[in-house]
Design a protein. Structure first.
Length: 272
């Protein structure tokens, strides 16, 4: 492997105790630290008693700064990448540098730790065998609803990040598009004002609107339950399969099996 190593180091999402021994050791050992916001990271590093050359690495200058970091790595220096909170590259800058480093054969090593999505999911009580991480939805209402509509048939638990000034509006859209599904909203995980809202989206929305809206939020929503698929959606799929050349019987069989619906009921409805 040529050059130095690039460490992708997860840092706390609030509580400073949520940093691993290994993360501290690596941050102390590297030659330089690339940070999303150097002023923000200085607080963490000084709390840990770490003084290192810092390279500013934020989304706007990701391409240009990747080159600076790569030059250090090529010269044999080791660099740790950290973001403002949690795991770099997860709704945070990092992917450009990581991709380039991999292309150059530089060793990229994860130093695992907190991520808000996983923390929220772990206490959601929603199915976690499979889940889909969406991160931030578009900020404009029309585009946001459109994206939600694309996700409406997703069967896996969905995980979103949202800014405080949009959390109520976003939850209203979720209720309108997904119906009253089970969900979780978590605010300020691991911080003083940590708050957890669980239950059907309608109840969460009521509680949210009467709560203090501030800080950071993660939202997890149950995926579409197969049984809850409406007969209309199933009929649309049957029509689509028939257009592709499937016979009615075969199309009904496939859709009924996929959604756990009654074949006879669907067949009769498809004739209406
Ligand atoms: N890289 C981070 C991670 O691994 O979780 C995510 C960074 S992203 C720019 C910031 C978003 O993550 C926030 O807007 C919020 O949705 C979520 N987030 C980060 N810290 C959080 C916390 N302590 N509580 C709730 N949500 C948090």
């Amino acid at each position: 492997m040529p050059g130095g190593r690039l460490y992708i180091v997860a840092t706390p999402i609030g509580n400073l105790e949520d940093i691993t021994y290994r993360a501290v050791r690596i941050l102390k050992a590297v030659d330089a630290i690339a940070a999303e916001d150097t002023r923000h990271s200085l607080k963490l590093l000084s709390a840990l008693g770490i003084q290192k050359p810092l390279i500013s690495y934020w989304s706007e200058n990701e391409k240009a700064r990747s080159e600076d970091v790569l030059n250090s790595l090529r010269a044999g220096f080791s660099v740790a990448l950290i973001s403002d909170a949690g795991t770099p590259g997860i709704s945070d800058p990092g992917s450009v540098l990581i991709k380039k480093a991999i292309e150059e054969g530089i060793e990229v090593i994860p130093i695992p730790g907190p991520s808000a999505a996983i923390a929220a999911l772990s206490v959601s009580g929603l199915p976690t065998e499979e889940f889909t991480f969406i991160g931030f939805l578009p900020s404009k209402s029309g585009q946001r609803r459109k994206r939600m509509e694309q996700l409406a048939l997703e069967e896996r638990t969905l995980v979103f990040y949202e800014a405080p000034h949009r959390i109520v509006e976003m939850s209203e859209d979720l209720l309108a598009v997904f119906g009253d599904r089970q969900a979780l909203v978590m605010r300020e995980i691991s911080k003083l004002h940590e708050q957890t809202f669980r239950g059907p989206l309608s109840r969460i929305l009521e509680e949210l609107t009467s709560s203090t809206i501030a800080g950071e939020y993660v939202v997890a929503v149950a995926g579409m339950m197969k049984e809850s698929v409406s007969v209309d959606v199933a009929l649309q799929e049957i029509r689509a399969l028939m257009k592709k050349g499937f016979g009615r019987k075969e199309a009904v069989k496939r859709v009924a099996e996929s959604y756990g619906l009654s074949k006879k009921e669907l067949y009769d409805k498809s004739l209406e």
